[in-house]
Design a protein around this ligand. Structure first.
Ligand code: 2U9
Length: 348
């Protein structure tokens, strides 16, 4: 009986040695799982097979063998878990080696867009007036007949109100604004003088489209109302504006004109920025470019918004943004601005 016990213990020792020897060279986690099943498997594991002999042992032998089985089992489990940790570490190190990134590599350049030339012109113009104390306000593009025409002293039979010139949403009532002026009326109705605003935005006119006319374009209009305000202030303000936009040598001139909302009214020319007044194709050999309309706010408008025309006066002006941009960038075709052709837009 002693011989059988010794043999059994010997087998357990041999199993332990063999298992540990086999564990050493394993390099893959999958092989480790196989090893686990082979030696420690609950079903057909070698240790389990040796344990099957237990019931046949004597009362004295059983604890001796049992203890030895448990010792071998713990030892193998300990070694397995150490090996598993070790392999996991190595796999991670290998992955890190492989996936190593070069942080000094220059990044991929993302395409960067830029401002549309019309937005840029609007910003440039409004900033000049902001430096002179004007605030920028923007209004709605769908307006009422009252704010777009009536309040601005545009008579019912004025050609601008014609079906042909205005895009009506609701004929006689709702329209796409034909100028940004409705916003000046709204501003005056909401605030007490002094008023100093510039209003940039889209406007709509139902006209034939050609190289210099579009059905939608942008305007910037300005309005100043104060107790003391003259045509000389208007002229000084616009001269300053022209010099900031086209160059310090720029001169301006007023030519008498007519608008329903201003009296007196003027067309404002600036000396040609292409030839500096000498005459060229851009200015049609006149030396002058027409860039603005302007005038003193009609007293009827002041009364309409609740201002006392004996106490307050105002000046107003307006310009087409596309026209300014065409002059600034030397373009002869207005439709390029709305065409969204990247070959054109990328040049700015
Ligand atoms: C109020 C009072 C007065 C705005 C003005 C012009 C003259 C003008 C044109 C320039 C080129 C329109 O884009 S364009 O075709 N504008 O000539 N605009 S005075 O006068 C106002 C506006 C609002 C309350």
């Amino acid at each position: 009986m002693i011989g059988q016990l010794e043999q059994l213990l010997g087998q357990l020792d041999e199993l332990r040695e063999r298992a540990i020897a086999e564990l050493g060279p394993i390099t893959l986690l999958s092989d480790l799982d196989e090893w686990d099943i082979r030696y420690l498997g609950r079903n057909k594991g070698e240790l389990k097979n040796l344990s099957a002999i237990m019931p046949k042992l004597s009362k004295e032998e059983r604890p001796v063998v049992g203890q030895r089985i448990n010792a071998v089992k713990s030892e193998l489990e300990r070694q397995l878990s150490a090996k598993r940790e070790n392999l996991k570490q190595q796999e991670m190190i290998a992955a890190l080696e492989q996936e190593r990134i070069d942080v000094t590599l220059p990044g991929r350049a993302l395409p960067v867009g830029h401002m549309h030339p019309i937005s840029r012109t609007i910003r440039e113009v409004t900033q000049i007036f902001e430096r002179m104390g004007f605030s920028v306000v923007q209004g709605r593009e769908v307006e009422t007949d009252y704010y777009n025409f009536q309040a601005l002293n545009v008579p019912a039979d004025h050609p601008a109100r014609d079906m042909q010139d205005t895009f009506w949403v609701n004929p006689g009532q709702i329209l796409l604004r034909t100028h940004t002026s409705p916003m000046q009326v709204r501003t005056m109705k909401e605030t007490e003088p002094p008023v100093r605003v510039v209003v940039p935005g889209k406007v709509y006119r139902n006209e034939a489209v050609d190289a210099t006319h579009e059905a939608m374009f942008h305007q910037i209009e300005g309005l100043l109302v104060d107790e003391y305000c003259t045509m000389a202030d208007l002229k000084g303000c616009l001269e300053r504006f022209a010099q900031e936009l086209f160059g310090i040598d720029t001169k301006i001139r007023f030519r008498g004109s007519y608008f329903p909302f201003t009296e007196p009214s003027a067309e404002v020319d600036v000396t040609c920025s292409s030839c500096h007044g000498e005459g060229c194709r851009v200015c049609k050999y006149s030396g002058w470019l027409e860039v603005l309309g302007a005038g003193m706010v009609h007293p009827k408008l002041l009364r309409e918004v609740g201002y006392d025309p004996t106490k307050y006066r105002g000046f107003a002006f307006g310009m087409g943004v596309e026209r300014i941009a065409m002059l600034k960038y030397g373009l002869g075709e207005i439709r390029l601005f709305s065409g969204n052709d990247l070959r054109f837009l990328r040049q700015f």
